[in-house]
Ligand binder design. Structure first.
Ligand code: ADP
Ligand code: MG
Length: 285
């Protein structure tokens, strides 16, 4: 037992906006070998902005955006916020929705003006209309598919940007001896790979469901730290040796499942969490 060092570490961490829960966490942080990052809201700002509306022939782009944004009112996903913001910026009046159903990882479906509107992953929209496709995406962009009454009506293209210190955070973790740094995301492979490259991460896994993230974290060399923010990340944060939640704007479910909560919207605090663990236990990585 090292109560003095332990309490020192705890107060040091609280002062710096890194809240450490549970007794074994600081020691585990001191011995971390692998770090897995979620993409959206963790390595990126999590404030996706609409760059393009891509309707199918004959569909009205503003009405496509308006219906999608109306349906997204029932979702807490960061992409939903981006879609609603875009509609707001264009002065489009959203219709109220009743009984929106959010499927945890795929998107949202809701009744808007008497129409069934489905918004989300390509696969999710292909379930109702197999002809749905995405245009060629520029690096760092992500697409959201939209269907109305079972017919694909087009896509919305959004862009989220890498946090300014994401690449530095990854570099410092490597310098500190973390052997494996990976990105795990529910977003598509191409977007995953381009943002991982920008962040200096050479191993990116896209198109993942929450259970896929849990499996992949289980395959990394322990001690494994997982950093995430979303509702979808709660299971993988619980499964990792140390789950770190970006708590400032992240979901309550993620914070509750985590061993460490970062109280500022700053991914660089992950380095600080590891450093506090190392100083507390004087472990050379
Ligand atoms: P990440 O793992 O990067 O945080 P998520 O697992 O939260 O990503 O989301 C993965 C993908 O699911 C998104 O890129 C998007 O295609 C789709 N998606 C989920 N919810 C929504 C929504 N409400 N609106 C639009 N797309 C959604
Ligand atoms: Mg996320």
């Amino acid at each position: 037992a090292a109560p003095v060092a332990f309490l020192g570490g705890m107060s040091r961490s609280a002062r710096s906006g890194v809240v450490v829960k549970g007794g074994g966490t600081l020691e585990a942080l001191a011995r971390v070998r692998s770090v897995a990052f979620d993409k959206t809201g963790t390595l990126t700002h999590g404030r996706p902005a609409l760059t393009e509306i891509d309707p199918v022939e004959g569909a009205d782009p503003d009405e496509l955006l308006r219906l999608a944004a109306s349906a997204e009112q029932g979702s807490s996903h960061v992409l939903a916020a981006g879609v609603m913001q875009a509609a707001h910026d264009r002065g489009l009046a959203l219709s109220p929705v009743d009984s929106a159903s959010e499927t945890a990882t795929n998107g949202v479906e809701a009744m808007v003006d008497g129409h069934t509107v489905r918004v989300g992953k390509l696969r999710f929209v292909q379930e109702v209309d197999p002809t749905a496709t995405f245009p060629e995406l520029e690096p760092g962009h992500t697409a959201v598919a939209v269907a109305v009454d079972g017919r694909w009506v087009g896509s919305l293209i959004l862009r989220d940007t890498l946090r300014e210190n994401a690449a530095a955070t990854v570099r410092i973790l490597r310098e500190e001896g973390v052997g494996r740094v990976v990105m795990l995301t529910g977003d598509n492979e191409a977007t995953a790979r381009s943002l991982a490259t920008q962040a200096g991460i050479d191993e990116a896994h896209g198109g993942l469901l929450p259970e896929d993230k849990v499996r992949l974290v289980g395959e990394l060399p322990p001690i494994v730290v997982m950093v995430g923010d979303g509702v979808n990340d709660a299971p993988v944060l619980a499964a990792a040796d140390v789950g770190i939640a970006m708590g400032a704007r992240g979901s309550t479910a993620a914070s509750e499942s985590a061993d460490v909560v970062i109280m500022k919207d700053d991914v660089g605090k992950v380095v600080q969490a590891v450093t506090i663990g190392r100083h507390t236990y004087r472990v050379a990585l």
